[in-house]
Design a binder for this molecule. Structure first.
Ligand code: SF4
Length: 237
């Protein structure tokens, strides 16, 4: 049984409580193996913009099939990269972003690698990644969390919707603002499980149009769910 945080509970304690509730429902997800190489992860995350996970993975597989090493990819023409990733949509913009990132990394570091970010503080590493065209806070945070294990907290559209309904971020907050606001509130070691479990909740239960509030493990602590169902928070959740 999960205890509800009291009325004077801090924001961080509310975040921990939600993380615990989601872990009880979904378990503690492990890091996905294909998300470990930082530069491959950056490319994968650029490919994930405005498309499904399936099309992102198909585009990534096609790209790596055609250009199996980063030097080969870095030397490729924009048109050939565009052709390889067409299945993921926005191919021209994504090809441009990928090639610009590879070119700059090689020019500045003398190799195709982002490993140097491991020793950089989180905010500095994020500033470096977001200085690339086509790389926003969400993309940077995915790389920093999944490839380096830093305590970054990527916020996607599912997490934004759920956290707005929980009252954690303002209704007008965008992905970047929500990520930077939530990051310091997430307990150490919870960024990855909370990120993955909130996305799962958003996909399976807290959908945009018809959230299944009566089935939701967060109903006892969710103002929006209680408004929709008329159920008031219970003493034990
Ligand atoms: Fe979403 Fe309803 Fe759960 Fe709140 S209680 S997080 S609105 S599904």
């Amino acid at each position: 049984m999960t205890r509800l945080p009291g009325p004077r509970t801090t924001f961080a304690a509310r975040v921990r409580d939600v993380a615990n509730r989601l872990s009880l429902r979904y378990g503690r997800p492990r890091r996905s193996p294909h998300r470990t190489d930082p530069l491959g992860n950056l490319i994968l995350t650029i490919l994930s913009q405005n498309t499904t996970d399936g099309n992102r993975d198909r585009a990534f597989a096609a790209l790596m099939g055609r250009f199996p090493t980063f030097p080969l990819l870095g030397a490729a023409s924009s048109r050939s990269v565009e052709e390889a990733i067409r299945v993921g949509g926005l191919a021209r913009a994504k090809a441009k972003a990928i090639l610009a990132a590879l070119s700059r990394i090689h020019r500045e570091r003398g190799e195709y690698s982002l490993d140097f970010l491991a020793g950089m503080p989180l905010a500095e590493a994020r500033d470096y990644l977001t200085s690339f065209s086509g790389v926003g806070v969400k993309t940077a945070n995915v790389v920093l969390l999944f490839s380096f294990g830093k305590e970054a907290f990527p916020v996607d559209t599912h997490i934004l919707r759920v956290t707005k309904r929980l009252g954690w971020v303002s209704p007008s907050a965008d992905l970047s603002r929500a990520a930077l606001l939530l990051e310091p509130q997430v307990p150490r070691g919870e960024s990855m499980p909370l990120h993955i479990n909130l996305i799962r909740l958003g996909r399976e239960i807290c959908s945009p149009r018809k959230p299944l509030c009566p089935e939701c493990p967060l109903l006892p602590v969710c103002p929006e769910g209680q408004r929709r169902t008329g159920v008031r928070r219970s003493p034990t959740g």
